[in-house]
Design a protein around this ligand. Structure first.
Ligand SMILES: [Ca+2]
Ligand SMILES: [Ca+2]
Length: 228
C-alpha cells in the first residue's frame, strides 16, 4: 500500500509539474445580451468556464474580465467579476456566470447562472480573460505575473491566443470545441462560432470525455492558487 501511495504521489507530482494549458479555461462566451434586438438569443451576456482536470479547483478570488477591442482588461469595476470566497469548479464540470440585467431582446438562459456580474460584453468584437487574481485596468501584456489563466479574443480585438475567433453576432457565441477539452492556446483552432449556443452550469452533466481522460496538467500559477 505504501508503495502504491508513493507511486501515486510521484505520478501526481510529475503531472502537476508539466507546463501546459491550464485545465480551467473559458469554454463559452456570449455577448448578445443587453440588446433590444429580436434576433438576440439571450437577454444577458454570459461566460462559461470548464475544469478539464480530475480534481476540483478553488476559484476564490479568481476573476473574469472584459476588454474592448484595444482596451485594457477590466478597465472599470463594471468589467471585472471576482469569484467569491468558497467558489469552486468540480472535476470535468462547468460554471456559468451571467452578466447584466435582462434586456428586452432575447430570452432567458436555459439553465440558471451560478454567479452573476456586470460585465458588458460586445455582441461582435472584444476579449475575455480568466485570471487567478484581479487584474484591475491592466493592458494586454502587462498582466500580473502568473495570473493569466486563459483568454479569448473575437472579432477584431487585440491580444488573442495566436489568432482571433471570428466576429460574433447577437445569436452566436464562441464555443470551445469538445465540450471545453480542446485548448491548444490558439483561439481560432480551439473555438467554433456557434448559432444559438447552449450554456452549461454547475448542475449540467460532467464532460464524459474528460471523465475518461482528465487533464492533470497545471500551470505554476494554478498550483500556487491551489496551495496558497
Ligand atoms: Ca452584450
Ligand atoms: Ca488557452
Amino acid at each position: 500500500m505504501k508503495k502504491l501511495v508513493t507511486t501515486l504521489c510521484a505520478m501526481a507530482l510529475f503531472a502537476s509539474s508539466a507546463f501546459a494549458a491550464n485545465p480551467v479555461r473559458i469554454s463559452q462566451v456570449y455577448g448578445g445580451g443587453g440588446s433590444s434586438s429580436a434576433t438576440a438569443t439571450y437577454n444577458v451576456d454570459y461566460v462559461e468556464i470548464f475544469n478539464a482536470s480530475g480534481t476540483a479547483v478553488n476559484l476564490s478570488g479568481w476573476a473574469i474580465e472584459y476588454g474592448s477591442n484595444t482596451g485594457n482588461w477590466g478597465s472599470s469595476s463594471g468589467n471585472q467579476f471576482v469569484f467569491p470566497t468558497g467558489a469552486s469548479i468540480a472535476p470535468c464540470s462547468y460554471v456559468l456566470v451571467s452578466f447584466g440585467t435582462p434586456s428586452t431582446g432575447g430570452g432567458p438562459l436555459p439553465v440558471p447562472a451560478d454567479y452573476s456580474g456586470t460585465l458588458t460584453i460586445s455582441a461582435t468584437s472584444g476579449k475575455v480573460a480568466l485570471f487567478s487574481a484581479l487584474n484591475a485596468n491592466l493592458a494586454c501584456g502587462s498582466e500580473l505575473p502568473g495570473t493569466l489563466v486563459d483568454k479569448v479574443s473575437f472579432g477584431t480585438a487585440n491580444c488573442p491566443e495566436v489568432t482571433n475567433v471570428a466576429a460574433l453576432t447577437n445569436d452566436s457565441g464562441a464555443i470551445r470545441n469538445s465540450g471545453g477539452l480542446d485548448d491548444t492556446d490558439n483561439n481560432v483552432a480551439d473555438f467554433t462560432v456557434t448559432l444559438n449556443p447552449v450554456p452549461r452550469n454547475s448542475a449540467s452533466p460532467a464532460n464524459s470525455g474528460c471523465l475518461a481522460t482528465p487533464n492533470a496538467s497545471r500551470t505554476w500559477g494554478a498550483i500556487k492558487t491551489i496551495y496558497r
